[in-house]
Design a protein. Structure first.
Length: 746
């Protein structure tokens, strides 16, 4: 006897065969609402999607595909069906896709917009399937302009960034030269060459000028060699993303600048970069991964934000700095690859004695690893002066993109979808793609801030995990080393723009807590900073404060002794007013004492309760009051991701893939970050790709991370242990001894 579901299924199939799509839809909807065998349910869903499409109900077909794609194990075909339907729906409706924000006045429209409605099949983009339900809040049909920002502040920041960047370059090179001279004089007993004593400023300025002038073509060459970049015409963009194409042309016409040269990067990483020194030499590089994860209106908003530095004529400074930073980054990659190649070559030299071969292999590996680490250290150091300006320019870009499109909600969705795509790309590739790190300052979203946020389950509300970035009073202090603004701050400002134009926001966020306004509030916040900042930052601030206060008190004692020496025998204390190096000693002593006082509280004994074994990432991000010193021990299990070989000897790319998301790991040896270079196995990089157990201290700042204590593979006897507390203790002792020596010399 046939069941009611089977009867409805047969009736629906018969109606579908006779092209009676309304009747087929009615019968098949009854089937999918009933519990039936998986094979019949799958066939019913597939037929229902086709019936929706042929019955002039494409929206219902898309919604059904999106819902089914959330369960790829049961319906693996749904993602492909969604991509095909979305492509066909875009092409069929491209002619009708016009909005007031896209249609420039007739007086400004100097030439017809290119719209080719039939794109070749190989050029059509795939569709990003995340399974997350989006509000898809509406856009403005008409809107007022926002109040223009104070551009003079922006240019002051730009000039200050350029000066700080050059000063840091010069200082780091001088220190490196001094170190080389010291090694040659005292270690090798050799006379240093004359160029080590020369002033490096002319050479630095000349190199910066050459790189700046050749920067567009240098980056073009890099992208063509490394990722096979291809030139992409505006007509090709218009065939797939008509709104984005028209927006680019409208911005170019309104501001009387040429349309940037478009490059298409055939890579899965979601990358979009704008670089050049003049509007005429600007390039706009877009990857396949970015096109995959964004809809047309979202891509238009991101493109408008990327055009902001071109319109404001400040694209050259950051582009030139990124081109320069690729020098140490490519050296880091080259030395890491070369060291791995040398290891393979040495293993193949079987004619050498085993001990000699082993010794040469260790020496060459250490040399290559040290050079790779040194190059990466310069890359990390030289980008520090650019971080503040990078954060500020993204605020301006978001504002420009929202105002150009009248669609701040699309900008919000684009930023979140890029975060999702970055995290998924890292998870799929099992390491961080090189371009996501080397050019992160030009990216709309940083790969570090996207790591945990983008890996959360689809049902996790963004407003809950972003509350910390809106209300924590120390959030901006904790984001000083970030390349991008806090996502919560950016989305909150976009919500403000939406409210200004009478639009419901895409994400409901709490009201942002403003920074202190009075000097008393600033002083109170500074006094409590040791409760919020990481231990080294807190120790530096307290060392400077208490060191200066101590030196000032001793100076007052010395001056008072000088004034009262005629009446009292205080002449022995007069020297306290004239000892210039005494200040350095006071700062070092205060820094050391701060570390010693706080170290036990910062690294408490790890006692893992059942609730702290494999906690969910979204639960760890929800508490808006959490700060790095308020840590607790956790025990996590997952797969260790990251770069392999010498490129990860410093542990700069260690990521734990758990059942609830991705988590950044910090591993520091007992001798500090450089101690990771010592040839003492096992290293964390040796466990990459394996299932591991991590025991450590969970911390929440601008990002979420774990300071590792123990790292061990599941089911293996070997393990590795970090030495973060040992290193901090050694640093405190070294600072105290140095300070005592400085005071003794004074």
């Amino acid at each position: 006897m046939t069941s009611p579901a089977q009867t409805s299924f047969q009736a629906g199939q018969a109606a579908f065969d006779t092209e009676n799509y309304p009747a087929a839809i009615a019968h098949l909807e009854a089937v999918v609402r009933d519990d039936c065998e998986p094979a019949m349910l799958t066939a019913a869903y597939q037929t229902l999607i086709v019936a929706y499409t042929k019955g002039d109900r494409p929206r219902d077909a898309l919604d059904l595909c999106k819902r089914l794609s959330q369960d790829p194990d049961r319906y693996p075909w749904a993602a492909k069906a969604l991509a095909d339907l979305t492509r066909r729906f875009r092409q069929a409706n491209a002619a009708a896709l016009t909005t007031p924000s896209d249609s420039p006045p007739a007086s400004r429209q100097r030439r017809p917009l290119p719209i080719a409605y039939e794109a070749p099949p190989e050029a059509t983009p795939a569709v990003f399937v995340s399974g997350r339900e989006w509000r898809n809040a509406e856009r403005a049909k008409t809107w007022k302009k926002l109040k223009p920002p104070r551009r003079w502040k922006f240019w002051l920041r730009l000039i200050g960034t350029a000066i700080a960047f050059f000063a840091l370059l010069r200082w780091s090179i001088i220190v490196s030269f001094d170190l080389i001279k010291w090694v040659m004089l005292w270690g090798l007993r050799l006379a240093p060459p004359a160029w080590l004593y020369a002033e490096p400023s002319p050479v630095i300025l000349s190199l910066l000028a050459v790189i700046f002038l050749a920067m567009p073509w240098l980056l073009d060459l890099l992208f063509k060699k490394r990722v096979k970049a291809q030139t992409w015409g505006i007509y090709s963009l218009a065939s797939q993303y008509p709104e984005s194409s028209k927006l680019l042309q409208r911005i170019a016409q309104d501001h009387r600048i040429p349309i940037p040269k478009l490059l298409r990067l055939p890579i899965a990483a979601p990358v979009i970069l704008t670089y050049g020194h003049l509007p005429r030499t600007t390039r706009l590089a877009i990857s396949e991964g970015l096109l995959t994860c964004l809809e047309d209106e979202e891509l238009a908003a991101i493109l408008a934000a990327q055009m902001a530095p071109v319109v404001h004529r400040d694209v050259g400074v950051m582009s030139g700095a990124i081109a320069f930073l690729h020098l140490p980054f490519l050296c880091y990659e080259g030395f890491a690859w070369g060291g791995s190649w040398l290891q393979e070559r040495m293993a193949a030299l079987t004619q050498l004695p085993p001990k000699l071969r082993q010794g040469l292999g260790v020496a060459l590996t250490m040399a290559a690893a040290s050079l790779a680490a040194l190059s990466y250290g310069f890359y990390w150091l030289w980008r520090v002066p650019l971080l503040y300006f990078s954060r500020q320019r993204h605020y301006y870009g978001d504002r420009f993109g929202a105002e150009a499109t009248g669609n701040p909600n699309a900008m919000s969705r684009a930023l979140l979808k890029i975060s999702l795509a970055i995290s998924r790309h890292i998870e799929q590739q099992e390491s961080t793609f090189w371009l996501l790190e080397s050019a992160d300052l030009l990216m709309p979203v940083g790969h570090r801030q996207a790591l945990s946020l983008g890996s959360l389950p689809d049902k996790t509300p963004f407003e809950e995990v972003l509350t910390w970035e809106c209300v924590n009073p120390y959030r901006h202090w904790l984001a000083l080393m970030n390349s991008h603004p806090l996502m919560g701050d950016r989305l909150y400002l976009l919500n403000r723009y939406a409210n200004y134009w009478g639009l419901p926001p895409e994400i409901d966020l709490p009201t942002v807590i403003p920074p202190p306004q009075t000097w008393r509030q600033h002083l109170e916040k500074f006094a409590n900073s040791y409760r919020a900042l990481p231990i080294l930052q807190s120790a530096v601030l307290s060392g400077l404060f208490f060191g200066i206060v101590s030196r000032s008190l001793l100076w007052i004692v010395g001056v008072s002794a000088n004034l009262l020496s005629d009446w009292f025998p205080l002449w022995r204390l007069i020297w306290l007013a004239n000892a210039r190096s005494f200040l350095d000693g006071c700062i070092l002593i205060a820094f050391s004492l701060s570390l010693i006082v706080w170290i036990n509280g910062y690294f408490p004994n790890i006692r893992v309760t059942p609730s702290r074994q494999n906690p969910r990432i979204e639960d760890l991000m929800r508490d808006p009051k959490t700060v790095p010193p308020k840590s607790y021990g956790v025990k996590l299990e997952g797969i260790l991701l990251g770069r392999r070989g010498l490129g990860n000897w410093l542990g700069q790319d260690l990521i734990l893939k758990t059942s609830s998301g991705l988590l950044k790991l910090h591993f520091i040896a007992k001798a500090g970050p450089l101690g990771n270079l010592w040839p003492i196995p096992p290293r964390p990089v040796e466990f990459v790709g394996q299932e591991v157990t991590v025991l450590g201290w969970l911390r929440r700042g601008s990002t979420l991370w774990v300071d590792v204590d123990v790292l061990r593979p599941v089911g293996a006897g070997k393990q590795t242990r970090s030495g973060y507390p040992v290193w901090v203790t050694a640093l405190a002792i070294a600072a105290a001894l140095w300070g005592a020596w400085v005071i003794w010399q004074a």
